[in-house]
Ligand binder design. Sequence first.
Ligand SMILES: [Zn+2]
Length: 276
Amino acid sequence: MIRVRKWGEVTGFLMGRSMGPYVPYTVHAFLVGDTLFDTGAVHAHREFMNALAGRCITTIVNTHHHEDHIGNNAMIRRVFGAVAYAREEALPFIADPVRIGLRLYQRVVWGCPDPSRAAPLGDSIELSDRVFRVIHTPGHSPDHACLLEPNEGWLFTGDLFCGKTIRYLRRDEDFPLILSSLKRLFPLDFSTIFCGLKGRVENGREALGAKIGFMEDLQARVMDLHRKGYPPREIRTRILGREGAMHYLSAAHFSKQHVIDSILAQEDTPPGDALK
Ligand SMILES: [Zn+2]
């Protein structure tokens, strides 16, 4: 499945693997001039390459190394002769995607990328006559970067933003670090977010501020129950409810419990004794 949408100078490609009438997870790649921001998933390669036919692509910028963001790097490099860039920590995974350690559901939904080469991103990069600032934003993954074009007010956020709320985390995500990275972005000069999950998000600053507020409130509620002595599973049930389909489909790689555990892992505060 692929859907192509044009927002001024930014073209968005929403893609995912069709399973009968269902497309269980989707992701966006974006094209600005002759630069692709992320390359989607291997399992969508036919539709994606058809959508890119006739275009000129000289450069790939990967926001991070996950398989649904580097999936078509190798093919686009081969077909278009494009050069790829990512933060230095991502390069070993792009060169050898087996190192990502994909789980079964990830192989089924996205597929394993072919190995390819990329060069390290610096603090800024000139792309299609525009200068993009590269901001290190760990939390979703250690190598995650966001890219800012201040003249247009564009902020490409990869998988960092992903909507105004948060109910699930991957096992390897870090809630406090995500929050800290979002706070680093907030004062920057942007108005529109281009998000791997949500596509174009207008009023991006307000949306990002809402996400920060949601996460701070969630963190405070978790810590309040923790201080009162509630165990982590009880805190999860009270605040986020029971685990849902995402938990079971991903074999617990995504989980509401990870949200609670990640918040508590950063805190030294011992539990209170209200329930003892
Ligand atoms: Zn990701």
